[in-house]
Design a protein around this ligand. Structure first.
Ligand code: FES
Length: 102
């Protein structure tokens, strides 16, 4: 588990991008009081999902509007074809941790 950010850092219904230097960035989302962590880069291209829109449990890519299930990372709509990496989240007090591979 790695520390991502404070729960208060994540705007309701939106995302916070967690830059990690040379490692792939993580996007943290809060939906209905539940936090989710995913890879920030869309699997279809170079768009950042932290700049996307959340709708009905899906994250919608801001570039070509493909989408992924926030819980599972499964593709929800084309043109995305490859699933999105999602990371198990653990909340400790006000801190958000996720099982992000190093
Ligand atoms: S880059 Fe995300 S749908 Fe194309």
């Amino acid at each position: 588990m790695i520390f991502l950010c404070k729960t208060s850092d994540v705007p309701t219904g939106k995302a916070k991008r967690i830059a990690r230097g040379r490692k792939p960035a993580v996007a943290v989302f809060e939906v209905d009081g539940t936090f989710h962590a995913t890879a920030d880069q869309c699997t279809h291209g170079t768009a950042l999902l932290s700049r996307g829109r959340i709708e009905d449990g899906r994250i919608i890519c801001p570039l070509h509007f493909g989408s992924f299930d926030l819980m599972t990372g499964a593709v929800a709509s084309l043109p995305c074809e490859e699933p999105l990496a999602v990371y198990a989240v653990e909340i400790q007090g006000d801190d958000i941790y996720a099982d992000v591979p190093e």
